[in-house]
Write a protein that binds this ligand. Structure first.
Ligand SMILES: Cc1cc2nc3c(=O)[nH]c(=O)nc-3n(C[C@H](O)[C@H](O)[C@H](O)COP(=O)(O)OP(=O)(O)OC[C@H]3O[C@@H](n4cnc5c(N)ncnc54)[C@H](O)[C@@H]3O)c2cc1C
Length: 381
């Protein structure tokens, strides 16, 4: 994010969080990668320091900080090697639905816990049968007396193993297409909820789960907002989620580039640094140019988002472009490392694996292009 957006208070916050990451997170990443999850204590420590959901207004127990602070947290986690850690998903993707649409009772009970780390959130949109086409979800919530009875399953759910509740997309009226979609707040310790951890290509320290719901009963008051409005809420909130993924893509591209640059200067072949071969120097020049374009685009989006400008079209463009760009940069930076790039002890190896999902989750590159093209007046299928 460009320097002028930051004041001294942002810099202090960044420094404090950077120290926290250096002391509490980075040294433990290799172990958590092996464990396939971070310990709950880390969430509690983050909460204690005010690093979870810092945007929640003060009258709801939060710090009432601007989106810039979410950007700082996201950036510093990546720089400190915690690329896969599901804090942004909790703080900036799932919890905002609760803050915007939950009943006062749910907010009073759960938001303080989301801030302290006692409650971890996840969001369940994707299903085994559909991810891109959210109007086709089949998890259903049927009214019985003063309860919803929920049956169905969700897949690829970030934080799904550790989470205490899920913002769950369900069909309350299966005959009404996307207008029959509602969001329901579902605590995950209820009878009928099952979780299965999924093994992934990358982001190993992040737990990802399949969740199944077998006649799970929640009070009607757990509905988020209004019945049938779920699709509208998702479309509104997905912009923030996509912006988060853009930030991640850009910062991970910058980290890959840094690794490539350093290696190109120190590694010698045929008697000179490999960066001095024209093919490699030109590749690094291309990477630097991509990163410069990405940073400029991203900063202008962050600025617009903070100022309340509608970013639907541009964030869709950025999500696809940055998601593809970071994959190109990771590929080239690994190639510069030769055989060492394929070895776990080199940082680029993990970066390469972990960037792969950036062009997939929160809407694939193809779906982003679909949105952009539709806004340009075309009707692609
Ligand atoms: C690491 C990770 C974490 C995730 N976390 C979450 C989470 O916390 N919560 C959650 O709900 N989901 C999560 N997801 C799911 C993610 O959002 C979906 O994987 C994504 O939206 C794509 O859906 P799909 O996998 O079903 O692919 P599909 O929709 O089956 O698509 C398959 C392919 O077809 C292409 N395609 C589909 N439709 C079109 C079209 N109209 N035109 C052109 N191409 C098309 C897609 O781009 C893709 O390449 C996560 C995924 C991953 C990998």
């Amino acid at each position: 994010m460009s320097a002028e957006i930051y004041g001294p208070e942002h810099r202090i916050f960044r420094e404090t969080f950077r120290r926290f990451v250096a002391n509490e997170i980075t040294p433990n990443v290799p172990q958590w990668e092996k464990d396939g999850a971070v310990p709950r204590e880390l969430w509690l420590k983050m909460g204690e320091q005010g690093f979870l959901c810092p945007w929640i207004p003060e009258d709801m127990g939060g710090l009432g900080l601007g989106f810039e602070y979410s950007v700082i947290l996201n950036e510093e986690l990546i720089k400190g090697d915690a690329y896969g850690f599901g804090v942004p998903l909790h703080s900036d993707v799932a919890v905002p639905y609760v803050e915007s649409y939950a009943s006062d009772e749910i907010k009073e009970q759960w938001l303080p816990k989301c801030i302290s780390g006692e409650a971890i959130a996840c969001i369940g949109l994707s299903e085994p049968g559909t991810g891109s086409d959210l109007a086709a979800i089949r998890t259903k919530a049927v009214k019985e007396g003063d309860e919803y009875v929920i049956s169905g399953s969700k897949v690829f759910i970030t934080n799904g193993i550790l989470a205490d509740f899920c913002v769950l997309a369900c069909k309350t009226d299966p005959s009404a297409g996307h207008r029959g979609t509602s969001l329901i707040f579902v605590p995950l310790d209820l009878p009928g909820v099952k979780r299965r951890a999924l093994e992934k290509m990358g982001s190993h320290m992040q737990d990802t789960a399949e969740l199944s719901f077998d006649e799970v009963r929640v009070p009607l008051g757990n509905l988020l907002g209004k019945e049938g409005e779920g699709f509208k809420y998702m479309m509104a909130k997905l912009q923030r989620e996509r912006l988060e993924v853009c930030i991640k893509s850009q910062v991970m591209a910058e980290e890959c580039f840094k690794e490539g640059m350093e290696y190109a200067k120190e590694r010698k072949a045929f008697g000179k640094p490999i960066g001095d071969f024209q093919a490699n120097a030109f590749k690094l020049a291309e990477m630097a140019t991509d990163i410069e374009f990405g940073r400029t685009f991203l900063d202008s989006l962050i600025n617009d988002f903070i100022n309340g400008v509608d970013i639907v079209q541009r964030v869709s463009m950025a999500k696809y472009w940055l998601g593809e760009m970071v994959n190109r940069i990771a590929y080239s930076a690994l190639q510069l490392h030769g055989g060492y790039g394929y070895m776990e002890e080199y940082r680029i190896c993990r970066l390469y694996r972990d960037v792969r999902a950036l062009s997939i989750y929160a809407g694939t590159s193809e779906i982003m292009k679909l949105i952009v093209a539709r806004n340009m007046g075309f009707s692609p299928m």
